[in-house]
Design a protein around this ligand. Structure first.
Ligand code: PDD
Length: 278
């Protein structure tokens, strides 16, 4: 496996990250996950745009111009086999003796790699189970930060309870899942949490909202409660790795008739066309 490490593309075993890297000590950094379909990044510009925003909000400065990063990513992608996979990219604030304040001399550390990842065909076809859990995260979930401890804990808790994922609920309102956004359908209207500071502004979420409008489905970017969710006709999650995956069981109760619903199916089909996957 080849790794983009700052301005070099080198084999994995040659990467040396300092124990003082702030990504390691503080989770002080941001990341992106791009989907590669047959080796080509999907919605690349949208991911780069979100990355720039995460960097700006955290006041982390790339050690070189963004165009250079784009060029290195192009090179990295050519080292990976042309298959379905992902490109993981993270930028930490750099390495410095441990102290909370931004270290003036630290140079941000860039790391990226590609990895094969098949499309989640089985989950997309049959649906997944989820449990609701309190959303214990901070109030800037719109920043794609390396701090994922609440997400990790919620995911493991779901698995420990025999479910596939956790649906996060803050003050009675459904926000999103551990690594995906969530949408609920009632009376043919699609509801999803507004893109504010309480959720990640998912790229797949945006694609799905666009597709929903194209197939003349009404969409409401409105917060909804866990009670509303429990009475939804259809529920699905959206994400770079999950695409559009139906949720067929929530807290051990079936969603609708317990099978992926017709609007979810329609959106899945539209997504395949959009991503050139037919
Ligand atoms: N996660 N919400 C959260 C909390 C996420 O971590 C993600 C993505 C999403 C979906 O966003 P997008 O459609 O842009 O992938 C929503 C990535 C895949 C991850 O952490 O692995």
């Amino acid at each position: 496996m080849m790794i983009l490490f700052n301005d070099q593309i080198i084999p994995k075993d040659q990467v040396t990250i300092s124990f003082e890297d702030r990504g390691y000590t503080f989770g002080d950094g941001v990341y992106e996950v791009f989907r590669l379909y047959r080796g080509i990044p999907f919605c690349r510009e949208a991911h780069m745009h979100r990355l720039k925003r995460s960097l700006m909000e955290t006041r982390i400065q790339l050690p070189y111009p963004m165009e250079k990063l784009e060029h290195y990513l192009d090179q990295l992608i050519t080292t990976a086999p042309q298959q379905d996979g992902l490109l993981y990219l993270q930028i930490s604030r750099g390495s410095a003796p441990r102290s909370h304040a931004f270290p003036p001399a630290a140079v941000p550390v860039v790391l990226a790699y590609c990895q094969p990842l098949p499309r989640p065909v089985q989950a997309m076809r049959s649906g997944i189970s989820a449990i609701t859990q309190p959303d214990l995260r901070w109030l800037r979930c719109d920043i794609k930060s390396l701090n994922l401890l609440p997400n990790v804990m919620a995911k493991q808790n779901a698995l420990d309870h025999g479910a596939d994922d956790a649906i996060l609920v803050r003050n009675g309102t459904v926000t999103e899942c551990t690594a995906a956004n969530i949408m609920a359908i009632r009376n043919s209207i699609i509801y999803t949490h507004p893109a504010n500071h309480l959720i990640l502004h998912g790229i797949t979420r945006n694609v799905v909202l666009k597709l929903a409008k194209e197939i003349n489905r009404e969409v409401r970017e409105e917060a909804f409660s866990s009670k509303f969710l429990a009475r939804a006709d259809e529920v699905f999650i959206t994400g770079t790795t999950t695409e559009i995956t139906p949720v067929t069981t929530i807290d051990q109760k079936p969603v609708g008739n317990g099978r992926p619903g017709p609007i979810t199916r329609q959106l899945q089909a539209a997504f395949e066309v959009e991503a050139g996957l037919e």
